[in-house]
Design a protein around this ligand. Structure first.
Ligand code: ARG
Ligand code: GLU
Length: 721
C-alpha cells in the first residue's frame, strides 16, 4: 500500500513539475484561482484583485496593446505612455527627414502642442474578459467535421460579441484557448489619437543594433514615449486639435528604489504566439527542418543588404528597417533551433509521448479516444514536412526578391482592365493608389541590391528546392536559359517596367486600359504571377487541409494531456491576449565556466564604445554625464547607473514594451527582449536558460531627465524613492 502511494506521488510530481517556476503566461482573470498563492510565496505583496479587477480600477487599466504588436503602459494621469523604441520605430521614422532626423538625433516635445500625431496608430485597453466556453460550443458534438464545427462556433461567437458591446463604443472578440478546448470573450476600448512625445537618439534606443539583438549582456535604451488623447468626455475620438490628454483609470507608480537579485517581478502585457504543447513531430519540423532553410535564405539576403548598407549612406537609410526585420527573425530562429537541440527538446517530447501512449492504451475507453492520436500526428506531419519546406523556399526565398512582391501588386489593375464591368473611373482611382505605393517602394529601393538578391535567391531555389514542388514557370524558364540564372537576371531587369521609378511613373501617367497587356508581358510580372498562382492553386489547399487536420488533432491532444495530468497547472499558449508572467530577478550560466550577472551598467556602454562602428557610437552628452558620474537620484545604491536587468519571466514577441513590476506592483523596467540561450521558450521553456531582458526604469528616467532635459515629463509621473 505504502509503495503504491509513493509510486503515485512520484508519478504526480513528475508531471506536475512539467511546468516550472517562471514558466507560464497566465490569464489575469484566473490569477486568484491559479497563481496568487504562489506569487505571494515568491514575494508579491499585492493581491490578484489589485492586478485585475472589473469592480474597481486595477493595474490592467494602465496596460495597452500598442499598435497591434507591442505593449505599452500608462505612467501619468495625463495619458503619458511608455513603450519600446523598436515599437515606436516606424512612427519615429515617418516623422524623420534629413532636416529633422529624429531617428538619429532623438525627439523631445517641449509642450503638449509639439506632440506629433500618428495616423494609423492605435492603443487598446482591455475592459473585461469572461469565460464563454459553454456558449461558444453550444450545438457542438464530437461527431461533426472540423468544418461544421468551425461554422457553428463562428455563428455562436457573432451573437456573443454583439451582446457584449450592445450600447457601448467598445469592441469585442472571442478567442480560442488550449487549441479550441476553451473560449474567452474580450471586451476592449480603442483610442486612435496617439501622439509621439519623445524618443532617444538611435545610438541610445538601438545601441548595439542587430549585433547585440537577442543577447545578454545588453545595453540598449529601448524606450519611446507617446500620449493618448481623447475627446472632452474622455472617450476615444478621431484625431482632432481639440482633443485633450486622456485621463486613465489607473497609471503606474514608478519605483526608483532599485532591484536586487532574487526579487519577485512580473510582466503584464500582450504576448503574441507560443506553442508549448506540440507533439515532437511539430517541434522537429520547425526547429530542425524549416528553420535551417529559412535561416540560410535570410543569411543570403542579409549578406547582400548589409554589404550594400556599409558602403553607401543612402542605402543604409533605405534598407535599415528592412534589414532589422530580416535579421530579427533570422537570429531568433538560429537561437531557437540551437536551444531545442541543447535542451534535447525533441527527445524530451518523445519520452513524454512514450508515457502518453502507455496511458492512452491503459484502458479501452481511453484507447478509443486517444490511442490513435500520436500515429495520426506522425502521418500528417510526414506528409506535410516536404510541402512546408518547399513553401519556405518560396516565402523566404523567391518572395525575398523585392521586385516579385512589388510587381504582383499590379494584379488588380490587370484584372480591372480585363473586366468590362469596371469603369475607367475605377481604373483611374486604382492608378492613383499605385502611384503612391510606387513612390513609397522606390524611395527605399536599390536596383543593384535587388539584382543581386534575384541572382542569389533564384540560384538557391533552383538548386535546393525539391524539383517536384518547384514553381513550374521557374522550372521552365531556368530550362529555357539552360540554367544560366545570370543571363535570366540581366534580361529581366533590362526589360521590366517595375525596377525603374521614372519609367514606371511615365507608364502610369499615360495609362490606357489596353496597356494592361504591357503589364501581362512584363517579365517580372509574369514571374510573380507564376509564383503566386502556383502558391494559391497548389500550396494553399495543401496547407489549409493540413491545418484543419492538425487543429482537430491538437485540440484532442491538449484535452488528453489535461486528462492525463489532472494535477498539473496548464497555462494557455500566447495568442495576443493580456497575460501575466512572473519570476525572479536572476543571472544564469549560459555555457560551461561562464556565468552572467543579472544587471548591466553605463560602464558597459563605455566598454562597448566604438566610434567606427555605427551600432556602438556613444552619444556625446551621455559620455559627458558618465564622465561626471552625474546620475542624480537615478543612481543605484552601488553608485553606478544600472542600464538593463534580466529575470525568469516567460515572455515572447508582443511583450515588447511590457511593464516589469515589483512585489508592490510598481514599475521597475520595460521588457524588450530575451536572452540568446533561451530563445526556444516559444516551444519549450527552460528555467535554467530562459531570461527576459528589461530596461531599468531608472536609466529610462535618467535619459529623459538628465540627458534630454525633458523634466516636464518626469514631473507628470508618480515616483517613489
Ligand atoms: N529582438 C527584439 C524583438 O524581437 C528586438 C528587435 C528590435 N531590435 C533590433 N535590433 N532589430 O522584437
Ligand atoms: N523584442 C520582442 C518584441 O518585439 C520581445 C522579445 C521576445 O520575443 O521575447 O515583442
Amino acid at each position: 500500500m505504502k509503495f503504491k502511494t509513493i509510486l503515485l506521488a512520484t508519478f504526480l510530481t513528475l508531471f506536475t513539475n512539467l511546468s516550472h517556476a517562471g514558466e507560464g503566461m497566465w490569464l489575469p482573470l484566473l490569477l486568484s484561482q491559479l497563481n496568487e498563492k504562489e506569487m505571494r510565496d515568491m514575494g508579491m505583496r499585492i493581491t490578484a484583485e489589485d492586478i485585475y479587477s472589473i469592480n474597481h480600477s486595477s493595474l490592467k487599466d494602465a496596460i495597452v496593446l500598442f499598435g497591434g504588436g507591442c505593449t505599452g503602459e500608462l505612467v501619468s494621469d495625463k495619458g503619458l505612455l511608455l513603450t519600446n523604441h523598436h515599437c515606436g520605430y516606424g512612427n519615429i521614422q515617418k516623422h524623420s527627414s534629413l532636416e529633422h532626423d529624429y531617428l538619429t538625433n532623438g525627439f523631445w516635445s517641449q509642450r503638449l502642442e509639439e506632440e506629433l500625431p500618428n495616423p494609423g496608430l492605435s492603443v487598446t485597453f482591455l475592459v473585461r474578459m469572461e469565460d464563454v466556453t459553454q456558449s461558444t460550443l453550444k450545438g457542438i458534438n464530437n461527431n461533426i467535421s472540423q468544418k461544421i464545427r468551425d461554422s457553428i462556433i463562428q455563428s455562436n461567437i457573432k451573437i456573443l460579441v454583439k451582446e457584449a458591446v450592445k450600447g457601448t463604443h467598445y469592441t469585442a472578440q472571442v478567442k480560442p484557448f488550449y487549441s479550441g478546448n476553451q473560449y474567452y470573450l474580450f471586451v476592449s476600448e480603442t483610442f486612435t489619437d496617439v501622439r509621439l512625445v519623445g524618443a532617444p537618439p538611435s545610438n541610445i534606443g538601438k545601441f548595439g543594433g542587430d549585433t547585440d539583438n537577442w543577447m545578454w549582456p545588453r545595453h540598449t535604451g529601448d524606450f519611446s514615449m507617446f500620449r493618448i488623447y481623447a475627446g472632452k468626455d474622455n472617450k476615444p475620438a478621431e484625431y482632432s486639435k481639440d482633443n485633450v490628454p486622456y485621463r486613465p483609470a489607473k497609471h503606474l507608480t514608478i519605483s526608483l528604489k532599485g532591484i536586487k537579485e532574487g526579487d519577485f517581478t512580473f510582466v503584464y502585457g500582450f504576448p503574441g504566439t507560443t506553442q508549448e504543447y506540440l507533439p515532437s513531430y511539430a517541434v522537429d519540423m520547425t526547429a530542425m527542418q524549416r528553420n535551417p532553410v529559412a535561416i540560410g535564405l535570410r543569411q543570403q539576403r542579409l549578406d547582400i543588404i548589409d554589404k550594400a548598407m556599409e558602403s553607401d549612406r543612402l542605402t543604409r537609410i533605405q534598407y535599415s528597417a528592412k534589414a532589422a526585420g530580416i535579421s530579427n527573425t533570422w537570429k531568433k530562429m538560429i537561437g531557437e533551433s540551437r536551444g531545442i537541440k541543447l535542451l534535447d527538446g525533441i527527445e524530451k517530447k518523445q519520452e513524454f509521448e512514450k508515457d502518453f501512449q502507455q496511458w492512452a492504451q491503459s484502458n479501452p475507453e481511453l484507447n478509443a479516444k486517444y490511442g490513435q492520436l500520436l500515429p495520426a500526428f506522425g502521418k500528417a506531419f510526414g506528409a506535410f514536412v516536404p510541402v512546408n519546406i518547399a513553401y519556405t523556399y518560396i516565402s523566404e526565398g523567391l518572395l525575398g526578391i523585392e521586385l516579385v512582391r512589388f510587381s504582383y501588386g499590379y494584379n488588380n489593375l490587370v484584372k480591372f482592365c480585363n473586366d468590362k464591368s469596371k469603369t475607367d473611373d475605377e481604373i483611374s482611382k486604382l492608378i492613383e493608389g499605385l502611384k503612391i505605393s510606387a513612390a513609397a517602394f522606390h524611395k527605399n529601393y536599390n536596383k543593384q541590391v535587388d539584382v543581386k538578391l534575384f541572382e542569389t535567391l533564384m540560384t538557391t531555389y533552383t538548386k535546393s528546392c525539391e524539383t517536384d514542388l518547384q514553381v513550374p514557370y521557374v522550372k521552365e524558364t531556368t530550362a529555357k536559359y539552360k540554367g544560366d540564372i545570370n543571363t535570366w537576371t540581366n534580361d529581366l531587369y533590362k526589360n521590366t517596367l517595375f525596377a525603374d521609378s521614372a519609367k514606371l511613373y511615365a507608364f502610369l501617367s499615360g495609362f490606357k486600359r489596353k496597356d494592361a497587356r504591357k503589364i501581362e508581358k512584363d517579365p517580372a510580372y509574369i514571374l510573380a504571377s507564376g509564383i503566386y498562382t502556383y502558391s494559391q492553386n497548389i500550396f494553399y489547399p495543401l496547407v489549409t487541409s493540413f491545418y484543419a487536420t492538425n487543429d482537430s488533432l491538437q485540440r484532442l491532444y491538449i484535452a488528453a494531456q489535461m486528462e492525463m495530468q489532472p494535477e498539473k497547472r496548464f497555462y494557455p499558449d500566447a495568442n495576443s491576449t493580456l497575460r501575466i508572467a512572473y519570476g525572479n530577478v536572476k543571472g544564469y550560466k549560459p555555457a560551461d565556466a561562464v556565468e552572467y550577472n543579472w544587471f548591466t551598467t553605463l560602464d558597459g556602454i563605455m566598454q562597448k564604445e566604438n566610434p567606427d562602428i555605427y551600432d556602438y557610437v556613444v552619444e556625446p552628452k551621455l559620455k559627458e554625464l558618465y564622465n561626471l558620474r552625474d546620475y542624480g537620484r537615478y543612481a543605484d545604491a552601488d553608485k553606478s547607473m544600472h542600464v538593463g536587468f534580466i529575470a525568469s519571466n516567460h515572455t515572447t514577441g508582443g511583450n515588447s514594451g511590457s511593464p516589469v513590476l515589483n512585489a508592490e506592483g510598481q514599475l521597475i523596467g520595460i521588457n524588450f527582449d530575451r536572452c540568446w540561450e533561451g530563445t526556444m521558450s516559444d516551444l519549450m521553456y527552460d528555467p535554467d536558460q530562459c531570461r527576459n531582458i528589461s530596461l531599468d526604469i531608472r536609466y529610462c528616467l535618467f535619459i529623459i531627465d538628465k540627458m534630454a532635459g525633458a523634466k516636464r515629463l518626469v514631473d507628470e509621473m508618480t515616483i517613489v524613492e
